[in-house]
Design a binder for this molecule. Structure first.
Ligand code: ARG
Length: 458
């Protein structure tokens, strides 16, 4: 079939060139946005007297019919069309005859595609936001159940100070809260309508860009037509946000993997989200968490791909920009897939409280509290720190922990030591006393859960 743009040339491109040039196999997913955009465009053309009102009504009804038939599966995509825009227009003309050919007045595929992507992504951002909310509330629920569960907190992956598991989980909830915020912020800039920028220079027709923008739920228009058709910074911004989000999911996954190992055994992931080995019967592998960690690289790659594609392009539209879609679609799909596994995996994760406690009991993670004990009794912190270090070294030589050292031995280091030292360095006290805002105590964790829930309107 002759190309819709055949005119200057006969439009007889080679089959290989057609396949290479075509984007319908991946941009067909934007058919809803494309049709809705066209309906608003037809309405504007009618309202402005650029086409007759009846023609506009015919176009809108025709487009509505195509939308219904695509939704129901009655109409299949014609993959020989170059892209989704060409397909809809071709189908419309096949259904309506010549009036269908009026739809493309005062627009170009350049502003049309920019419009479709913006509409598509703002919906996807909202969906991802909902999933993030789900995951965050799941974390809050687990944190509430584990607000008094003690485990070692680490720095340098060395046992540092005792913390509560609820505190640890809420750290991720805070990250996700910012991820949601970032996505919402990105949509603010994305939600400007490029339709009416036309090919690059605007148009001689008396269009009303604001009418179309309003109809399609945009907060305003792109104020420069060259910019409106040629930038994809909103895709880059969203992929940056998704990359940061994936980095968070990946760190969490790494911890889940570590915690699932025999060496830690802090958590047990449900059988529904783990796999076995084909030859080692004892294995229960955290494949889902590993894949989330792995797919993070893929989302970073999508961002880098589009950054690189755009960096040398002169204004305005260039065909290179067709490459935007596979990157951003892949990033969106990957994030949604990861979240859809992460949410139930965290929801069903069981916590091995005894193992966490046991791990916290070794490793002198109450040494800071030993030093604080002396400081609170009047010794300068640096001196208290030095003495505590010496006591730890002595315990290590004797093969005991701080809780086992007799009071008489403590008193050889300082007269300030009294019977209450044992209570002061118990793990429960260490945790309970960290009541500073944002700290690890039960009360602080409860306040954090409250804060997050309120931020989510719960
Ligand atoms: N399929 C194209 C894309 O995704 C649509 C815009 C085509 N514009 C053009 N002037 N060839 O970028």
């Amino acid at each position: 079939m002759a190309k819709m743009w055949a005119g200057r040339t006969a439009g007889n491109t080679d089959k290989i060139a057609d396949d290479f040039n075509s984007s319908i196999h991946f941009d067909k997913r934007m058919y809803r946005q494309d049709i809705k955009g066209s309906m608003a465009h037809a309405a504007m053309l009618g309202a402005q007297g650029i086409i007759a009102t009846e023609e506009a009504e015919t176009l809108i009804a025709g487009l509505e019919g195509i939308l219904t038939d695509l939704d129901s599966g009655k109409l299949a995509f014609d993959l020989s069309c170059e892209d989704i825009h060409m397909f809809v227009e071709q189908e419309l003309t096949a259904r309506l005859g010549d009036v269908g050919k009026k739809l493309h007045t005062a627009r170009s595929r350049n502003d049309q595609v920019a419009l479709d992507i913006r509409m598509y992504l703002r919906d996807e951002a909202a969906e991802i936001g909902e999933m993030l909310k789900d995951l965050t509330l799941t974390l809050c629920r687990q944190a509430e159940a584990e607000k008094a569960t003690i485990l070692p907190g680490y720095t340098h992956l060395q046992r540092a100070q005792p913390i509560t598991f609820g505190h640890h989980l809420m750290a991720y909830a805070m990250m996700l809260l910012r991820d949601m915020d970032r996505l919402e912020d990105c949509v603010k800039r994305m939600n400007r309508s490029p339709i009416g920028c036309c090919a690059l220079a605007g148009t001689t027709y008396p269009t009303d860009r604001r009418f179309e923008a309003k109809q399609l739920g945009f907060d305003g228009i792109c104020h420069n037509s060259l910019d409106g058709v040629s930038d994809r910074d909103f895709c880059l911004e969203m992929m940056s946000d998704l990359s940061i989000l994936m980095m968070h999911l990946s760190r969490f996954s790494e911890e889940l993997i570590l915690w699932s190992s025999w060496e830690f055994k802090f958590v047990e992931l449900s059988d529904a989200y783990t796999t076995g080995s084909s030859i080692m019967p004892q294995k229960k592998n955290p494949d889902m968490a590993e894949l989330i960690r792995g797919k993070t690289g893929r989302v970073y790659g999508d961002l880098m791909a589009l950054l690189t594609t755009l960096k040398g392009l002169p204004l305005a539209y260039n065909k290179d920009m067709q490459e935007d879609k596979e990157s951003i679609f892949d990033a969106v799909d990957t994030v949604k897939m990861c979240l859809s596994v992460m949410i139930p995996m965290i929801d069903t994760m069981s916590v091995c409280r005894d193992n966490m406690k046991k791990a916290a009991q070794k490793g002198f993670i109450n040494a800071t509290d030993l030093a604080d004990y002396l400081t609170k009794k009047g010794m300068p912190f640096r001196s208290a720190y030095k003495i505590s270090g010496e006591i730890v070294a002595a315990c290590l030589r004797a093969g005991i922990v701080l809780e086992d050292m007799p009071l008489a031995d403590y008193r050889t280091y300082s007269d300030l030591f009294e019977e209450d030292i044992y209570n002061e360095i118990s793990l429960e006290t260490c945790v309970a006393k960290r009541i500073s805002e944002g700290g690890t105590s039960v009360a602080s964790v409860e306040a954090q859960i409250q804060y997050v829930k309120e931020a989510l309107g719960q």
